[in-house]
Write a protein that binds this ligand. Structure first.
Ligand SMILES: [Zn+2]
Ligand SMILES: [Zn+2]
Length: 564
């Protein structure tokens, strides 16, 4: 039999029983967002998750940030699949961009695949998919991959176990330990324990809530709160949560159904995820419970539940528009009850607070505080994380999915359950490493600075575009246009000056500057001081200094010279 080169190499590895493992975190370390990790075993590789991150406050106008994918280009011939742990945007939001680098099948749960189809732009379709479910153990290339059920705030979340000759690599994905979840499919603790007995070489575990003591708590705990809120509500109930939190939506619907309330689902993302959930049969309820917009008028207020998005105070969301009285067809009135079933993501507190204020102003009763117990996190607290560490007893541990302090706390938790600190590694994005049964060795760090997405444009975070935007936001812009004779240098028209965010249009400073510029150009011409470009640079300096002297502002100054 003729053996190809790769086949003979594989045989060699198997006989030596010594897999070469290389792991590259491209996102999700030192940050919450844009999760992406590359696992290479010999000549095969898989990518786990491809998420985006919402921009930081100083990134003006940036829609989101995606992982740096240069490394994927280098190894694209060995990538056999893109594996998705669950359908949150910090795990799937960059899939469209990933497919531009790597055309490999996407392995995900049925629910996740439904959501993913909404995320991937039309031009990247069709793409290959493989539906997998918890319990599946499959070959991807030559890699031995098993999906293990976890519980999180989105259905069908899975951990991923990769078996190698050196031991098992276990990537938990986002999880908490929920033994009484709404879908009666608890986290598979027996499997984690069995994997632990089999021998876990390396654990990469969610660190999001590693600062929080105790346990995250079960999703089902919310039901009694919802029941009592529903019981006391005399008017409409408006319920706001993350669109992908199907079990929470199921629970509020279950709570209102006995009252004979009808349900209206408001907002594109939530309509879409409810549709996917019903299609893959993880959400079940009578068809006639849902009403459309045109039927709402005929339903009495105390028979109405509106499920909407906007828990983060996003200005265009359903809830924000309700709060501002700008919703197309629903007006909040006295007697309405509003439930914000989510915690504000750090950075969004202010917008959430404004939304709550406005809802109260319009007469609604709003449940949103921690004490109201209308939300539980989908991420494990210290108790959950320690249980995972104890069950899996990894040789090496890399905390992931967290800012630095979260990773550090997760390291402390590992030490507290007896994992030596020297076996726990707090790494940064781009810090690739190898691991075998004896050692975890970091390699030369590769570039992993995220890419900024603004519409279609890409750029790095130190892009001058951002500096310009920051200046525009802070000090405004000044544009002057002057038309001069190419031959004589005489002013034919202008200068006309337009500013935004510097001074008002009728400000005397502008008239003075116009006059001064005119004089400057004439003097410049008389001195015969070089080219038009020189004049442009000089004019910029001149106007910038003039404006600074008068206003102490440093706007972006753009002098335009038209030569005729
Ligand atoms: Zn998640
Ligand atoms: Zn996540």
């Amino acid at each position: 039999m003729v053996m190809t080169k790769t086949q003979s190499q594989h045989t060699e590895h198997t006989t030596r029983h010594h897999d070469i493992i290389r792991i590259t975190p491209l996102g999700g370390l030192g940050e919450i967002g844009k999760n992406m990790t590359v696992y290479e075993v010999n000549d095969d590789a898989v990518i786990v998750d491809a998420g985006f991150k919402f921009p930081e406050y100083d990134m003006q106008g940036i829609d989101y940030v995606i992982p740096n994918m240069d490394y994927l280009d280098q190894i694209k011939d060995k990538i056999r699949g893109i594996l998705i742990t669950h359908s949150h945007m910090d795990h799937i939001g960059a899939l469209g961009y990933t497919l531009e680098h790597v055309r490999a099948p996407i392995y995900a749960s049925k629910f996740a695949l439904g959501i993913i189809d909404d995320v991937i732009p039309g031009r990247m379709k069709p793409y290959e998919t493989r539906a997998v479910q918890a319990g599946d153990r499959i070959k991807i290339g030559n890699m031995d991959v098993e999906f293990v059920r976890v519980t999180h705030s989105v259905p069908e979340s899975m951990a991923i176990a990769i078996r190698t000759s050196e031991g098992i690599i276990l990537h938990t994905g986002d999880y908490k330990i929920d033994q009484t979840p709404v879908d009666d499919k608890p986290i598979d603790l027996q499997k984690f324990s069995a994997l632990g007995r089999e021998g876990i070489l390396l654990l990469l575990s969610d660190s999001t809530n590693a600062e929080e003591s105790g346990f995250a708590g079960s999703e089902r705990d919310l039901r009694s709160t919802f029941d009592s809120i529903v019981h006391e509500s005399k008017g409409r109930i408006i319920f706001s949560t993350f669109s992908s939190n199907i079990h929470r939506i199921q629970q509020i619907i279950d709570a209102v159904a006995p009252q004979g309330r009808k349900v209206f689902v408001d907002g594109r993302s939530i309509i879409s995820s409810v549709k996917v959930a019903r299609k893959v049969k993880i959400m079940e309820m009578p068809e006639n419970i849902f009403v459309q917009q045109d039927e709402m008028g005929s339903v009495p207020k105390d028979k109405m539940l509106i499920v909407t998005t906007g828990t983060q105070g996003e200005p265009m969301s359903g809830l924000s528009r309700l709060a501002r009285g700008e919703h197309d067809f629903v007006k909040i009135t006295r007697g309405d009850t509003v439930v914000l079933s989510a915690d504000p993501i750090p950075g969004n507190e202010e917008m959430v607070a404004r939304t709550v204020d406005n809802l109260f102003r319009r007469g609604a009763n709003v449940f949103y505080r921690r004490e109201d117990k209308v939300h539980v996190s989908g991420h494990g607290a210290q108790g959950d994380l320690k249980l995972m560490l104890s069950l899996t007893r990894p040789k090496f541990f890399v905390p992931v999915h967290g800012e630095y302090r979260h990773l550090l706390w997760n390291k402390r938790l590992a030490e507290s359950v007896g994992i030596p600190g020297s076996h726990v590694f707090i790494l940064e994005n781009g810090q690739c490493f190898t691991v075998d049964s004896e050692h975890l060795t970091t390699l030369k760090r590769i570039p992993a600075e995220g890419l900024l997405i603004d519409g279609l444009a890409l750029g790095l975070p130190d892009s001058p575009i951002l500096t310009d935007r920051a200046r525009l936001a802070k000090d405004g812009i000044l544009v002057s246009v002057v038309s001069i004779d190419r031959m004589t240098g005489k002013i034919l028209a202008g200068p006309e000056i337009v500013t935004k965010g510097v001074v008002t249009d009728d400000d005397a400073i502008l008239m003075d500057l116009t006059r001064e510029m005119k004089t400057y150009i004439v003097t410049h011409r008389n001195k015969d001081a070089g080219t038009t470009l020189d004049l442009q640079l000089d004019l910029r300096k001149f106007s910038a200094k003039y404006i600074y002297d008068k206003t102490h502002r440093r706007p972006i100054v753009i002098p335009v010279i038209l030569e005729r």
